[in-house]
Design a protein around this ligand. Sequence first.
Ligand code: HEM
Length: 449
Amino acid sequence: MLDKVCTDTNIMTVAPLNHAMPLRGPDISYDVHTTTESFKQLQQWVAEYGDVFPITQKTRKGPGLFVNDPDVIKHILIKNNKNYIKGVGFERVKMLLGNGIIVSDGAFWRRQRRMIQPAFGRDVIAELSKLVEQLNQVFLTRWQMLARENACIDITEETNDLALQIILHSLFSDDVKTIYEQNDGNPFAILTDDSARDLKLAVKFRGLSRIVGDIITQRRQSKAERMDFVSLFMAARDKDTGEPMSDKELIDEVMTLIVAGSETSATTLNWVWYSLAKHPEVLARAQQEVDQASYTESPGFEHIEELPYLRQVVEEVLRIYPPVWLFTRKALAQDEVNGLTIAPGTDIFISPYFMHRHPRYWPQPEKFDPSRFSEEASKAQHKTAYIPFSAGPRRCIGDFFAIVENQLHFGLMLRHLTMEYVEDHPIELAPEVNLRTRYPITMRLHTRK
Ligand code: HEM
């Protein structure tokens, strides 16, 4: 039914909106942040002022502009992306990341992206999938034991742990063992134990750079060959100068990937578990797909094409609960799009959360329906009305990896386990740096016959 609605609407033919000034906006001055308070404020303003509205900022210099129109978003992120830098949105993680690829801009960012990009190619992800598969197996064995005991599990904590372990193994492969041994456990677990992105955490986290620095030094001395991100980054050369990254640059990029690749992935795994438990018809279809796939025990990279429905489930979860619910750009020079004039220095706020729930682009936006992402239905979508990974040259470098990670996880777990959602806490959004669940999600897992 929904497929039909999407196709019939033929969303791509919706005429661009005109945003000629003057635009209406709130009459208070306000600084938008990645906080629950700003989320609630924006929710109210989106209802009141519509798709594009100015915000007078309280302490920041330039004007603010909230944009919830896919044509304007396309212009900013893709067509005229050169006119925009990243802006204020990563303020709260900036202190964790030094000058890593998420926060850097201009020529330095371009150089880093060119050097890092090959590490996210299909062949590398295929290799890293073997590590992901092994980690999933370890979790499955433990969860099967808990299922036999009819015990409840905190799926939020478990997926936090799994996602962190996946990114650490993808970066350091078997050096992870050394790191754990030398630090009496996982020193990076402070990221999952402490969700406040404050100065205290930043200081603790930056302190861990030393561990990364030591690994880099040891690797320079040893000849052992490894297949992981750190090795690939160390081997990368600037195509113009032939130079490798300095130790400081390497450390910043590694620390960036730990932050960028763990919480977003953990949040997604967590929301997929929840969404499957709440939608038995979707779960049944996903289980059927998993049961019919050609692997015996556990899926590998070569099986992901056999799991298209799981992919759709993940895509729909990323629509309803986009982990990065808000990001920003800053305009360099004056710009014009569809009647809208953007002044130099404007801080632009783009929210995947509000874009993904816009009824003009998403019929029945609150409804969880993975069939929106069937091949046929996807053709009718406005491409920049779906931006969980952003768009354009700054699009998430780990997008494919993140989807594969989910397919491998659920391709294995749904073969062996089914879940029952235990309603011990209310489900409430916690829109901070990532869109998490305010309270942990509890599941009782059952072994499938
Ligand atoms: C479902 C999981 C994920 C989501 C929703 C997500 C989302 C995003 C978004 C929205 C951006 C761009 C922000 C902007 O345009 O300002 C981004 C950038 C980035 N992401 Fe992800 N991400 C995910 C997983 C990952 C993973 C697994 C990795 C690494 C292994 C990763 C690494 C990065 C990096 C390095 C950037 C910066 C790219 C650049 O600026 O050139 N992400 N991500």
